[in-house]
Design a binder for this molecule. Structure first.
Ligand code: NAD
Length: 468
């Protein structure tokens, strides 16, 4: 259990309280506020990523059989990038921002001063277990907070690696890793935090928000949802299918929060989409995808059983046009494509979070916008089209955490864009400067000297004063 005890001990509320107390003492000493402390920690994390890259890759392989290329591109280099951006910009992010002042408060100056919240809790998920832990920690440290990280127990190798490595590279009076599952997380959530940053599903998101409400603690909830891909007929079909396929199966076998969840296209174009997608998947993963080393496995038997249930649903079993093979022992499911899936099938209810991709059809492509908007707001929405008018309508009318037009998932790689959900896909955002902002309170400061007195401001409010 990271810093708190041995791995098989359970973190009880008193221990959790002790951890928070210790961190609060360190925070109150002002240690985490200085530029130098923040810089040292971020440099430590960068060094950790560089020196321990091999161990990180091994842990990710052990947890998910993540292909090395994916581990490198989607976790290691993204984490490194986040750290480098924070180091490069830290000084300017920390600077108070001068803003204009009204004539009525003249003479005065006004500024927005970012201050750390204090002691923050980060709870992360298993599908990108390294990045989803480290990137919020980078934001929390850059903003000058003391931090507890609780990685996911569903990815135990990465969780224990983080618990072992972070204390070697950061100040462990101010940065702690607590490992554990529901009991431990519940004990942590009973404490008073100054901010909670949670990544995971909406059911637990609600528990986190309820626990936070008790202390009026602000939260960031990075949740999921069914991210649709609208495919118009006016496109480069080959390129489009490659970009959808890599965003789906090239992202932990579809176990990614912004992986395409379903394709929505017109009845007349659907079979062309399916044929090209099948050709693409065959090119990417060969004739026997269960043997492909370029596909991550399903994380555990619970998720394997959940996905199997979706495949076995009577409403979709006849709709599978490609794939469907599974190997329970090795937790592998082949990329699977389903055509003309009915709206009331199980697979269209909740986020799929796995290698199954249904195609649903509409009469006109514009109908897809109503379909998406009639459901809970997704974390991501994608559109493939060459029609600028359709693109404009999509951006203006479809609500989603983020969007990518003529590609998938790439919007999350741009550090200048905030990453987060809306409605049931989450609240708050991070990445780049937005990570710093997520962990900073923006304090309004107006400062005056003793000049500029206006008598009318003060009682008694005589008739003469009221005339002004
Ligand atoms: P998970 O099972 O790892 O759970 C997330 C965290 O919640 C873990 O640390 C776990 O210990 C904790 N937890 C689980 N049950 C709890 C409980 N009862 N009380 C308190 N804490 C509890 O991950 P998951 O939820 O399976 O993750 C998948 C979901 O997360 C998907 O919906 C996915 O879309 C979403 N997700 C979102 C993002 C994002 O950035 N928006 C990223 C990754 C995953």
């Amino acid at each position: 259990m990271g810093d708190v005890g041995k791995r098989d001990e359970v973190l009880h509320s008193e221990n959790a309280a002790m951890v928070v107390r210790g961190l609060r003492e360190s925070f109150n000493l002002g240690k985490t506020r200085s530029f130098q402390w923040r810089k040292n920690q971020l440099e430590g994390i960068l060094r950790m990523i560089e020196e321990r890259e091999g161990e990180i890759m091994e842990a990710l392989y052990s947890d998910l059989a993540k292909p090395q290329m994916e581990s490198f591109l989607h976790e290691i280099s993204m984490a490194k990038g986040a750290c480098m951006v924070a180091l490069k910009n830290l000084k300017s992010w920390m600077k108070p921002e001068k803003v204009g002042t009204l004539l009525s408060t003249y003479p005065s100056t006004s500024s927005i001063v970012p201050e750390p919240f204090g002691v923050v809790l980060i709870i992360s998920a298993w599908n990108y277990p390294f990045l989803l832990s480290i990137e919020p920690v980078i934001g929390a440290i850059a903003a000058g907070n003391a931090v507890v990280l609780k990685p996911s127990e569903i990815s135990p190798a990465t969780s224990s690696l983080l618990a072992r490595l972070l204390p070697q590279y950061t100040d462990n009076l101010c940065v702690k890793v607590v490992e554990g599952a529901v009991t431990e997380t519940t004990a942590l959530l009973e404490q008073k935090w100054d901010k909670i940053f949670y990544t995971g599903n909406g059911r637990v998101g609600r528990l986190v928000m309820a626990a936070a409400a008790k202390h009026l603690t602000p939260v960031v909830l990075e949740l999921g949802g069914k991210s649709p891909v609208v495919v118009d007929s006016n496109i480069d079909l080959k390129v489009a299918m490659k970009r959808i396929a890599v965003g789906k199966w090239g992202c932990t076998s579809g176990q990614a929060c912004i992986a395409p969840d379903y394709i929505i296209t017109t009845k007349s174009f659907a079979s062309k989409v399916a044929d090209e997608m099948i050709a693409t998947v065959q090119k990417f993963y060969g004739k026997n995808p269960l043997e492909s080393t370029d596909l991550a496995r399903i994380v555990n038997s619970n998720h394997f059983a959940r996905l199997s249930k979706l495949l076995d649903d009577d409403l979709v079993s006849g709709k599978i046009v490609y794939g469907g093979q599974r190997d329970e022992k090795r937790l592998r499911i082949a990329p699977t494509l389903m055509l003309d899936v009915p709206e009331d099938s199980l697979i269209m209810r909740d986020e799929i979070f796995g290698p199954l991709l249904p195609i649903i059809t509409v009469d006109k492509i514009q109908d897809s916008f109503d379909f998406i908007n009639s459901r809970t707001k997704p974390l991501a929405a994608y559109l493939f089209t060459n029609d600028k008018q359709l693109e404009k309508m999509f951006v203006e009318n479809v609500s989603a955490g983020g969007m990518c037009v003529n590609d998938t998932v790439l919007h999350m790689a741009n550090k200048n864009l905030p990453f987060g959900g809306v409605g049931e896909s989450g609240t708050g955002a991070y990445h780049g400067k937005f990570s710093f902002d997520a962990f900073s309170h923006k304090k309004s400061v107006l400062s005056r000297n003793f000049g500029g007195e206006i008598g009318a401001r003060y009682p008694p409010y005589t008739p003469r004063k009221q005339k002004i």
